[in-house]
Write a protein that binds this ligand. Sequence first.
Ligand SMILES: Nc1ncnc2c1ncn2[C@@H]1O[C@H](COP(=O)(O)OP(=O)(O)OP(=O)(O)O)[C@@H](O)[C@H]1O
Ligand SMILES: [Mg+2]
Length: 273
Amino acid sequence: MEKLITRKGEIRRIPLYVDGLDEKMEGGVPEGHIVLVCGAAGTMKSSVSFNSVYNEAAMHGKIGLYISLEQSYPSLLNHIINMGYDLSKVNILLINNLSNISAQLEQIRNSKRGTLIFADLGCIRREIKDIKVTATVNEGWINVIKNLVKKIKSELELDLFVLDSLSALYVLSKFENPRVELFYIFQFLKDLDVTTYLISEMPLDGSRYSEFGVEDFLCDGIIHIRLTQFRRQVVREISIVKMRATNAKTDVFSLEFKDGKFQALYGGQNPLL
Ligand SMILES: Nc1ncnc2c1ncn2[C@@H]1O[C@H](COP(=O)(O)OP(=O)(O)OP(=O)(O)O)[C@@H](O)[C@H]1O
Ligand SMILES: [Mg+2]
């Protein structure tokens, strides 16, 4: 259940580990928040979300789950390693068979190090086929994801969760009544009390931050990354659109990844328009 707090100082925060941005949002995302990380293709949505979870695991021994419905595990791993993240600092658990997940979780139960658990589309798809879900396709996908998250939370503890992406979930499962179904998905995540990054591809017209628009209101925070062209140069820009329980600066920063670190700059080397 969501924890009740009585003092401002009790709000614990998860940094994004983006230098120059965490300071502008009182240190990070309040624990337990559900945050949309949105932007167009290639804006580094996955990397920014992974960066926060990785650093929490490597520096504070946290446990994070990354479910990729878009990229396969090898493709994601290649990207992460190419960016220079040192995976030897954390336990890595690849879930490729949901039927023996308890045994897999057992291996790291008493570990002092942080853990990153990866589950990709392939294993979830196999599970759906195996259990021959008789209900709608929609319930199949969402239930498998919910069960996986619940199981890890109850057997091991779970601090952070990335769903990459909400947009892929919409492609895989047809929502008949998105407003109602999304309300229950967000309620499930709220009750779970795990800090969550939901990656969301924005509609091209930029009119909202998510597919149906209702997610913008249901979530606790929105981080927006965009590409902006200045003459021939295209720069990435990041802004905190909303962050409940946080005095966040809504300015637009340029976003750079250099020497294994994300940085948000006011102008910096790349001119802002
Ligand atoms: N050091 C680096 N190593 C690898 N990729 C980098 C690096 N710096 C920047 N990138 C860029 O990161 C981008 C991919 O990042 P990421 O996968 O996080 O983006 P995304 O928004 O999740 O993309 P998609 O829409 O494909 O899911 C690539 O376009 C790549 O050029
Ligand atoms: Mg991605």
